[in-house]
Design a protein around this ligand. Structure first.
Ligand SMILES: *Cc1c(COP(=O)(O)O)cnc(C)c1O
Length: 372
């Protein structure tokens, strides 16, 4: 095969269901029906994840920010998060005037290393933010045990992990709170969008007010002393979100199938390692990815450039956040995060990719890595 257009890393599948729900919302979602789809989406998400409560939000970042507010994270407090993650995670800590403390990651799962969380706990630590990196589960039992022993809150950044499980518990149902993202590249996609979930009724009630300007629902237009934000999902987005969520199992199956084809095609290449989730977990394989080992004959950038010439789009892993200019004055020693982040590549993983395309991609990767 010789592709005539770029094979993209991501992109949604939009069926008649999505179109029907959005059309219905745009025609009928007004006045007394203004939040019908929001409520349906929230119910469906709470059922799917097993978290007692779900709130549709404007994006994944807002759910993480709400969690910081709920935990009372403030100036001088520290929050521990993996060094390799999306910058949103550090930014929400900065919003509170608090200090992000970057921990190293596990080389296999690419998620935060629990032992390094323990090393980085101080008197000022208030919370931990494990991230379900590319859909892989962090070691949640170990992390919860450490957090409980030290009186820390846990917010799961489960943004990319709808459809992933840790020992039969859904992403987002294990920590005190969690956030999902429905951004256009995610497994369930609405362009921009997200959801906050929790099983704690106090956190839920407070979040429901905080994400709507701190409103007091007992008295119209009155607000609580704590103020708030405008982080509510729109009904139109919720219509799209509901249709996509109803298809999540189909998407997970497809992503996992893509990963099995990549595994078949690349398993015997000895200068790279593919996703390696923990046993007893199920990754939604949001992104089929690999990390180049030090014996790779080409750099990541050279490999990506060569793949692009062959019409294959890839993404570099997230940079270690501690590498950004704003953290230049602080020192962190996170060797796994730097090695993985600077040598990792996300492969085309959209749910519309085909076996033929994956076979082609694997052939090209091999050809580039095996030519000396
Ligand atoms: C996508 C993503 C986010 C942010 O989601 P937004 O909806 O863009 O705010 C945060 N963390 C991780 C790990 C993500 O993959």
């Amino acid at each position: 095969m010789r592709p005539d257009k770029m094979i993209l890393t991501a992109g949604p599948s939009i069926s008649q269901k999505e179109i029907d729900y959005v059309m219905d919302a745009v025609k009928n979602g007004w006045n007394f029906n203004f939040s019908d789809y929001v409520e349906k989406f929230e119910d469906a998400l709470s059922k799917y994840t097993g978290a007692k409560y779900a709130l549709g939000t404007t994006n994944g970042t807002s759910g993480l920010h709400l969690s910081m507010r709920l935990f009372g994270v403030g100036p001088g407090d520290e929050v521990i998060l993996p060094d390799m993650t999306y910058v949103a995670c550090a930014n929400v800590i900065e919003y509170m005037g608090a200090v992000p403390v970057f921990a190293d990651i596990d080389s296999d799962t690419w998620c935060i290393d629990p032992e390094d969380i323990e090393r980085k706990i101080t008197k000022r630590t208030k919370a931990v933010m494990p991230v379900w990196m590319y859909g892989n589960a962090p070691d949640m039992d170990r992390i919860m045990a450490i957090a409980r022993a030290h009186g820390l809150y846990v917010v799961e950044d489960s943004c990319p992990a709808l459809g992933s499980f840790y020992q039969n518990r859904s992403a987002g149902s294990i920590g005190d709170t969690a956030s999902f993202s429905l951004q256009g590249a995610k497994i369930v996609a609405t362009g921009e969008g997200g959801a906050f979930v929790t099983s704690n009724p106090i956190f839920h009630d407070r979040a429901k007010s905080l994400y709507d300007h701190g409103r007091d629902f007992g008295r119209q237009f009155w607000v609580h002393e704590y103020g708030g934000y405008m982080y509510k999902m729109s009904n139109l987005h919720a219509a799209l979100a509901l249709a996509q969520l109803e298809r999540v199992e189909e998407f997970v199956a497809k992503k996992r199938e893509l990963f099995s084809w990549y595994t078949e095609g690349l398993n015997d290449v000895d200068c790279l390692v593919l996703n390696k989730p923990l046993p007893n977990t199920l990754s939604n394989m949001w992104m089929s990815s690999f990390v180049l080992k030090s014996n790779s004959p080409v750099t990541r950038e050279a490999l990506r450039a060569k793949l692009k010439e062959r019409m294959i789009d890839t993404r570099p892993f997230f940079y270690p956040i501690s590498m950004f200019p704003m953290y230049a004055s602080r020192k962190f020693n996170n060797p796994n995060a730097y090695r993985v982040a600077l040598n990792g590549i996300n492969l085309p993983s959209g749910v519309e990719r085909t076996e033929e395309e994956v076979v082609y991609i694997c052939e090209q990767v091999k050809e580039i890595l095996e030519a000396r």
